[in-house]
Design a protein around this ligand. Structure first.
Ligand SMILES: *[C@@H]1O[C@H](CO)[C@@H](O)[C@H](O)[C@H]1NC(C)=O
Length: 290
């Protein structure tokens, strides 16, 4: 399922507010949240087909309230659409909702969900959080990302300006490329030999990872994951990424660290063998993909 940039962004936003709760085998009767009418097997998926997901969800929420239940295939989901409930879930009871849903993309691409976004709540997760506050998202680092973003946005503006009048510019494509470039630069720095290759891999990854997939709403139906071709595509992306990062890490060990700005990779490799944040090679590669 190819998704446009806007759809991917919309989905990412929705996923943020949609809290998954895995369906339990026993038919729970405790669930008494309002919900629209459902079909067998697909549950409520048909309410979202043909709509832009965030709009479709908004229309449903208008009818069924700011706390409603949706059955998406095998996955039981609670959709939260008011600031009050969002605060309860994301702040007051965030620990209870700290686990992320299983996705095929997380499983294959990011080393069995060991990255920051998907890691299950627990010891490893707490270590990652500490790593974030003390290293990856420190004030200094966040400031350095800002100038990086500004520079790349400026480049895009210049590029559009230079493209001449009368020629249409595909803004979706350009913004997608912009995001991929920023990710590459934050992770590996400006000096990456093959910036273009990195951007291409990131673009491919963003496309595949974004959005709903049949594999994610039917986690137990393994044959569907093969049938949709998703597993094969994700495995191919994972291999490319893994190779790419391996090469960078290999180069990195020969380099003397005389650079002005530490990239994410620099930070992680510095910490890898430290006593405070021991990480495996795969951990480093997963975390760098955030
Ligand atoms: C613009 O780029 C997007 C993303 O690559 C693509 O899906 C779309 O078809 C392109 N639109 C045009 C008019 O070329």
């Amino acid at each position: 399922m190819a998704l446009s940039l806007t759809t991917s962004i919309a989905l990412a936003t929705i996923l943020f507010f949609v809290i998954y709760k895995f369906a339990t085998r026993s038919k729970s009767t405790k669930n008494s949240l309002p919900e629209p009418w459902r079909l067998p097997i697909i549950g409520h998926m048909h309410h979202l087909i043909g709509t832009i997901p965030h709009r479709g969800l908004m229309d449903l929420a208008r009818k069924y309230g700011s706390l409603m239940h949706l059955q998406l295939g095998e996955v039981s989901t609670i959709v939260v659409s008011s600031p009050k409930w969002a605060k309860e879930i994301l702040t007051t009871y965030d620990i209870a909702f700290a686990n992320r849903p299983w996705t095929l993309a997380g499983e294959i691409v990011v080393y069995r969900n060991t990255n920051i976004a998907a890691a299950p709540y627990g010891e490893y997760w707490r270590r990652l959080r500490k790593l974030c506050t003390s290293e990856l998202m420190s004030v200094k680092k966040v400031k350095s990302y800002q100038s990086l973003r500004e520079e790349e946005c400026w480049n895009l503006v210049q590029e559009i300006k230079a493209s001449g009048s009368g020629i249409p510019v595909n803004l979706s494509e350009n913004i997608f490329k912009l995001i991929a470039t920023i990710l590459c630069r934050a992770a590996f720095g400006k000096g990456v030999k093959d910036q273009k290759e990195c951007t291409e891999i990131m673009k491919e990854m963003l496309r595949e990872v974004g959005g709903f997939d049949v594999a994610d709403i039917f986690p137990s139906k393994k044959f569907l994951h093969h049938l949709s071709g998703k597993r094969a595509r994700l495995t191919s992306i994972h291999k490319k990424l893994d190779n790419f990062i391996n090469n960078l890490v290999a180069e990195h060990t020969f380099k003397t660290s005389s650079k002005t700005e530490e990239t994410l990779l620099d930070v992680l490799l510095r910490l890898k063998d430290s006593a405070e944040f021991p990480l495996t090679a795969d951990n480093v590669k997963a975390i760098i993909l955030v």
